[in-house]
Design a protein around this ligand. Structure first.
Ligand code: AMP
Length: 589
């Protein structure tokens, strides 16, 4: 079914930040975007926390609500910009007292509680590096990331500590301090509240070079360990500019980003960008629940809402009556990211919520939105939109492995409308990742012919709108979360019954993809229903939310010539697609 472009906006009288796309592209420069921020007083550099908190706290917005955290039980904790400055300063002073300074890694493993936001911003204020972990991870992904990222300090809750950190603490000798949000469960942990109470509310941000490392976000590739994408303080220029252009954020907005800060969206747009605009940021500690979410939007008079396709599809299941019974009149703009947004969902938004959903595209490595449907432009349902001002996107011809073909450092750009290619970006925007921590080789492989190669396949229509086609590699997108098949396979292989494993994503109407493992069993074990349940429970225990939901036994897993399990053949079989043409496939990079 073809979907008509959506041209109408609900409040056509209100001008958009980006009123004329072509002119905005012509007029834009990253230098001008930088000039909209302050910089540290005395020309001492650029620090994310100064831009997000301290500069507003020092001006007329000081008493404006900066952060409104809704707890699971509905209780609200609110910080003005002035109080957020004090709290983040206390946290920065605490880090200093713990001899944690510039470049040291501070991790969080927390639900969306106030302490998470204070720790994130206080870490940046101290010029240390903040690395958020997704709290639904199991102990194995947590251990892997803390160890790869050289975690020195961890902020967590007593419950998460006992379930996930205590069992792995001894394998993390570099982890010097564990700060817990409640009473410390053992002598190896420190109570955060008490420690912060002993610290002062004044803190002078140290000189911060815009190129100083600020954030470490883990993402997954097809092979090998997770990749730690390094971002720098200068990224705030892109967070601020793209939030204005793509999310239409303004200082009087009440903004809710439903992403968990354990994933890049929840940090770039769930903490930094909205505060950099001096608006009121909403957060909710609870998980998805349709009634609660509509209530959040209505009661808190949310004006701009940034969410995910899986969430929209879950809301669609509840029908239009629920939103019709809530007062959503404050809502001005809705955007979504993280996975393909089906055209039905875009149109449903307009019918049920009175506003279409604006899809946008980016990834951990890009640090900020790169392609978007804008408030002022028609939406083509199913399209990711057009590149942000300041961003140059292109499509590159692909080789037999599905990735952009790079020959002698050269690539071929595809210009023909409708043709598919690997989506690529010209490096140079401020939130571009500066490396994969401790992995220069994989970083170098992410570039070719002067482009950053995204790993996504897309096409572009004759008006410059980009349309997502598929991932060019084997990574899985489940409910918006990127899952590395290798990480899942490695854990399954630790079970004595598993001889080999191949992990793929299978289509799911709500979550996009579900993680499925094909397993061959070790001689002496029986591929029984009981073993299947045991392996699912084993995966769940070790991996948490990224564990396989389904396990299929197969004693004849397809292999490459060098003996690697061929996930693409498994996937083709699962989808009922021909596999013959894959026999000559080169191994994935
Ligand atoms: P992550 O690094 O976890 O944010 O995942 C980034 C990946 O999510 C991209 O490379 C895409 O494969 C996928 N993705 C993000 N946004 C979209 C979108 N709007 N449409 C389709 N896929 C998307």
């Amino acid at each position: 079914m073809a979907f008509e472009p959506i041209r109408k906006q609900r409040q056509p009288g209100i001008p958009c930040n980006l009123a004329d796309y072509d002119q905005a592209v012509r007029d834009f420069s990253w230098g001008k975007a930088r000039a909209e921020l302050d910089g540290l007083p005395g020309g001492r550099g650029l620090n994310i926390c100064h831009e997000a908190v301290d500069r507003h706290a020092a001006g007329p917005r000081a008493s404006r609500p900066a952060l409104r955290c809704v707890a699971r039980d509905g209780a609200v904790t609110e910080f003005s910009y002035a109080s957020l400055r004090s709290q983040t300063s206390r946290f920065a002073n605490l880090l200093r007292a713990l001899r944690t300074g510039k470049g040291d890694r501070v991790f969080s493993l927390l639900g969306r509680v106030p302490e998470l936001y204070v720790a994130a911003l206080g870490t940046l204020k101290n010029a240390s590096v903040f690395s958020p972990l997704f709290p639904a991870f199991g102990p194995e992904p947590i251990r892997e990331r803390l160890s790869l990222g050289d975690g020195k300090v961890l902020v967590t809750s007593p419950q998460l500590y006992e379930r996930k950190i205590a069992p792995i603490r001894d394998s993390l000798p570099g982890l010097e301090h564990v700060l817990v949000t409640g009473g410390p469960p053992d002598a190896k942990t420190t109570g955060l509240a008490e420690a912060m109470a002993g610290c002062g509310e004044d803190f002078e941000i140290p000189p911060t070079d815009p190129q100083d490392m600020a954030l470490l976000h883990f993402t997954s590739g097809t092979t090998g360990r997770p990749k730690g994408a390094v971002h720098v303080h200068e990224a705030v220029v892109a967070h601020h500019a793209t939030a204005a252009a793509a999310l239409d954020l303004r200082p009087d907005d009440v903004f809710w980003c439903t992403a968990d800060p354990g994933w890049v969206t929840g940090t770039s747009y769930g903490i930094i960008a909205p505060l950099a605009h001096g608006l009121t940021l909403m957060t909710d500690a609870a998980d998805f629940e349709a009634r609660r979410w509509y209530r959040m939007l209505a009661e808190h008079r949310v004006t701009v809402w940034y969410t995910a396709p899986t969430a929209i599809r879950m809301l669609m299941r509840y029908g239009p009556e629920l939103p019709a019974s809530c007062d959503l009149s404050a809502l001005r703009f809705i955007a979504s990211v993280g996975e393909p947004l089906n055209p039905e969902a875009v149109v449903w938004g307009e019918r049920a919520l009175g506003l279409p959903i604006h899809d946008n595209w980016w990834q951990t490595e890009t640090g900020a939105i790169m392609i978007s449907n804008f408030a002022s432009m028609e939406i083509r349902p199913g399209s990711m939109g057009r590149p942000l001002p300041g961003v140059t996107a292109g499509l590159l011809a692909r080789g037999a492995d599905g990735r952009a073909r790079v020959t002698d450092g050269k690539v071929t750009e595809i210009t023909e409308p409708g043709a598919e290619g690997e989506l690529a970006l010209r490096p140079g925007w401020p939130s571009m990742f500066r490396g994969y921590l401790h992995d220069d080789e994989r970083y170098a492989e992410a570039f070719g012919g002067g482009w950053y190669l995204t790993g996504d396949v897309a096409r572009r229509d004759c008006d410059g709108y980009y349309w997502f086609v598929a991932r060019a590699d084997d990574v899985i997108k489940s409910a918006g979360h990127l899952v590395g098949p290798f990480e899942v396979e490695s854990v399954l292989l630790e079970h004595p019954a598993v001889a080999e494993a191949g992990v793929i994503g299978t289509p799911d109407p709500v979550a996009g993809e579900l993680v499925k493992a094909f397993v061959s069993v070790t001689p002496g074990y029986e591929a029984s229903g009981e073993l299947r349940l045991e392996l699912i429970a084993f995966g769940r225990r070790r991996l948490g939310a990224v564990a396989p939901k389904e396990i299929e036994f197969d004693q004849h897993l397809p292999h490459t010539q060098s003996g690697k399990v061929m996930r693409r053949v498994l996937k083709a079989r699962e989808l009922g697609l021909p596999t013959a043409d894959l026999s000559t496939m080169r191994e994935a990079r």
